[in-house]
Design a protein around this ligand. Structure first.
Ligand code: PBG
Length: 322
């Protein structure tokens, strides 16, 4: 029997009942706050395309990390802008690099805060690509060595977790082997497993000054129309030793998050990327949407799709609403 016997509106009668039957709950523990660290001192430079986000020197990064920690956000994800870029991404694995310094300072001041580092070469390469370039091609295998060096130097600086985002084949196993060989067998890897060649990254590229000088990233990042391929990427990364797998971007890729959650037992992270952030901010500034409500709906939907962890520039705004 159906209507009038069944009435789904009964459980929507008031807020208390709605809360009792709520299926998805966002918690501060789900959130990871990304931050962009730059060189210098006392620097807190606005990122025009990402209102409310800044490039910060180490001292300012620590202040912001403190704020996140006090609000109950368990983890930050660090990106670096080096003073000089070159064709070997030297800044990525220098012990004096901006990220390495930020890790040390944060872990010293806020030991409980989980410090995750983005492992990639694009911000450190003069050409802005995520690997070594030769004759206009992005080389896979030679890039792995640099990525492993970068991950190891983050581990040595005291990072809690590394997150490779370059999309070179085989990076997870090379990073795992390198970490293990140097006594970091307990350090988890969160791989950007299904990272798509997305137009949603453009505000970040302005923020991290990592726009490729020629071509694009489509020879290494995934093609947006592909769904089954994401499962292959994830399966390989898990086989190679990834502890957490990530889908990126999040909002247009909820099907991918859901597929991965159904098919694998590892925790799934989703990256609510810069373009997703900037679109909401821009519409909110125009007064066209209710930012607070949109942010919660967006993050809850990403979790409902299957994400256990959400990397979001909205982390601080969101946690205040929880
Ligand atoms: C580096 C990297 C990018 C992002 C995270 N790590 C940029 C890219 O791949 O071009 C994007 C983050 C964002 O858009 O918020 N490879």
């Amino acid at each position: 029997m159906s209507f009038p016997f069944h009435r789904l509106r009964r459980l929507r009668n008031n807020n208390s009942i709605r809360k009792m039957v709520q299926e998805t709950r966002l918690s501060p523990d789900d959130l990871i706050y990304p931050m962009i660290v730059t060189f210098g001192k006392g620097v807190k430079k606005k990122i025009p395309s990402m209102p409310g986000c800044f490039q910060m020197s180490v001292d300012e990064t620590v202040k912001e990390a403190q704020k996140a920690h006090k609000l109950g956000i368990p983890a930050v994800l660090l990106f670096g802008i080096p003073e000089r870029k070159d064709t070997r991404a030297s800044g990525a694995y220098s012990d004096k690099g901006v990220v390495q310094k930020a890790i040390k300072t944060i872990k010293n001041k806020i030991p409980e805060l989980v410090v995750i580092t983005d492992v990639c070469l694009c911000e450190y390469m003069s050409h802005g690509h995520c690997g070594i370039v030769k004759n206009g091609k992005i080389l896979n295998d030679p890039s792995l060595e640099l990525l492993a060096k970068e991950a190891l130097s983050h581990a040595r600086a005291g990072a809690d977790m590394v997150a490779p985002s370059d999309m070179m084949d085989g990076r997870v196993v090379v990073i795992r082997d390198t970490l293990d060989a140097h006594g970091f067998e307990d350090m988890p890897i969160m791989s950007y497993a299904a990272k798509y060649a997305s137009a949603f990254y453009s505000p970040f590229r302005e923020a991290a000054e990592s726009e490729p000088a020629f071509g694009d990233r489509r020879s290494y990042q995934m093609d947006p129309p592909n769904r089954r391929e994401a499962l292959r990427e994830v399966a390989l990364d898990i086989e190679e030793g990834a502890d957490i797998v990530m889908v990126k971007p999040a909002m247009c890729y909820l099907d991918i998050i859901s597929d991965i959650k159904e098919s694998f037992d590892v925790p799934v992270a989703a990256y609510n990327v810069s373009g997703e952030y900037s679109m909401v901010k821009a519409a909110a500034i125009k007064g066209w949407i209710d930012e607070k409500k949109i942010v919660m709906e967006m993050l809850t939907s990403i979790k409902r799709a299957g994400a256990d962890l959400i990397i979001t520039y909205f982390a601080i705004d969101a946690v205040k609403q929880l």
